[in-house]
Design a protein around this ligand. Structure first.
Ligand SMILES: Cc1cc2nc3c(=O)[nH]c(=O)nc-3n(C[C@H](O)[C@H](O)[C@H](O)COP(=O)(O)O)c2cc1C
Length: 383
């Protein structure tokens, strides 16, 4: 299995990614907080449901298209914001945005990306969203908002699950936050991964590309980690969310909602979307899986706000289950990063092809032709 086209599932793509990346980089991609329980819960949350298939239905034509915050997408899953994508492949976000748009869906760029708001917009003409934080430096945040507007980003996602950085033991052990240790461990691990090492040494430096004018050392990603981490605030409140929503004055989502109470508050505030997410288990270990709170959230606010789900998706059928339970759509993080690490743009394209094929097959096998007809009667708790 040397090539992404010989891979038939997302977890096989994970194995290929692991072969291509130095251990430190794979740990950053895969690792979660503390005992990684929430990471496991995310994966297991989909196994708690089984389908209620209908047979003898004409399923010769399946329609997976829907909308994400008013934007048409061909499949009900988009690329979640992930920081530092160039760690996994030298083309980073550029490869991901091209493949995502080729798959007919939307891409969300992270604040801590290694390609800028402008360069991502130049790379591909499909729909873009920007993931933002309420940081100490309000001028910098204002700058992100105006640059997103100017570059025709369709909406903002405020990440609300970072009152503190999650404790990721793998990263601490590998030396993240201690540049000298990180460099040594990366160098040692990279010796056995010559292709990755060659690109790392010969391509332009990894930078915090959205902040090259504001950070020291030309925003060299390995040197400014602490400066960036110091921007996170523990005192972000609903007032900050309201202020940012008004400043943007367009589609505005909260990413990282983890309970019904907050979902209700977000809907009352008038946000256009909420993303039930625990950051892929990377923040609070012990946070619930999105699928486990989805039915309650749908019952409380499903008619007021678009609800999206992420965390642990490795199969097209996972996405179909979430939509049956009332989600408008899903986001994937690691799934596309495995593809990126395994084979750049081609790898991400393969990930989307696999998920699309699995979603179509699942819809056929449950006897449902269109997402509009998919509802809770197609799933039940597995006993
Ligand atoms: C390597 C990595 C980096 C991430 N960086 C960010 C980020 O910068 N901003 C953000 O809001 N979420 C970030 N996330 C979380 C994702 O947006 C998403 O919520 C999560 O990956 C979904 O879980 P999954 O990886 O199991 O699909 C990151 C996730 C990973 C794996």
């Amino acid at each position: 299995m040397a090539n992404v086209n010989e891979v038939f599932s997302i977890l096989e793509m994970r194995d290929l990614a692991r072969k291509k990346l130095p251990g430190v980089m794979f740990d950053y991609l895969e690792g979660s907080a503390e005992d990684e329980r929430t990471f496991e819960w995310n994966r297991n949350s989909f196994s708690k449901y089984e389908f209620v298939p209908r047979t003898l239905t004409d399923v010769s034509s399946i329609d997976l298209s829907t909308t994400f915050q008013g934007v048409h997408i061909d499949i009900p899953v988009i690329s979640a914001p992930t920081g530092m994508s160039r760690m996994f492949h030298w083309e980073g976000e550029k490869a991901v945005v091209r493949a995502t748009h080729k798959a007919g869906t939307a891409y969300a760029l992270s604040t801590v990306a290694t390609t800028s708001i402008e360069d991502v917009a130049k790379e591909s003409s499909g729909p873009l969203f920007f993931q933002i934080y309420a940081w100490h430096n309000k001028e910098m945040v204002k700058d992100f908002i105006e640059r997103s507007r100017h570059n025709n980003y369709k909406g903002l996602m405020l990440a609300v699950d970072l009152a503190a950085l999650g404790k990721r033991d793998r990263d601490l052990r590998n030396g993240h936050g201690r540049p000298a240790v990180l460099r040594r461990n990366t160098a040692l691990g990279a010796l056995g991964k010559p292709a990755w090492l060659f690109n790392f040494l010969t391509k332009p430096k990894m930078r915090m590309a959205n902040m090259v004018n504001q950070l020291p050392h030309g925003a060299d990603a390995l040197k400014v980690v602490d400066t960036v981490n110091a921007q996170f605030r523990a005192d972000v409140t609903w007032n900050d969310a309201t202020e940012m929503m008004q400043q943007w004055n367009g589609k505005f989502m909260l990413k990282g909602i983890q309970c019904v109470e907050d979902a209700v508050r977000a809907a009352d505030l008038g946000v256009s979307g909420i993303i039930l997410s625990n950051h892929g288990g990377r923040q609070l270990d012990g946070a619930p899986a999105a699928m486990d709170i989805l039915p309650e959230v749908v019952a409380a606010v499903g008619d007021k706000v678009e609800i999206f789900v992420d965390g642990g998706i490795t199969r097209g059928s996972d996405i179909i289950k979430a939509i049956a339970l009332g989600a408008k759509g899903c986001l994937i993080g690691r799934a596309y990063l495995y593809g990126l690490a395994a084979g750049g743009e081609q790898g991400v394209t393969r990930v989307y092809d696999i998920l699309k094929d699995e979603m179509e097959r699942t819809m056929k096998l449950i006897g449902c032709c269109s997402l509009k007809d998919l509802n809770a009667s197609y799933v039940r708790k597995h006993v």
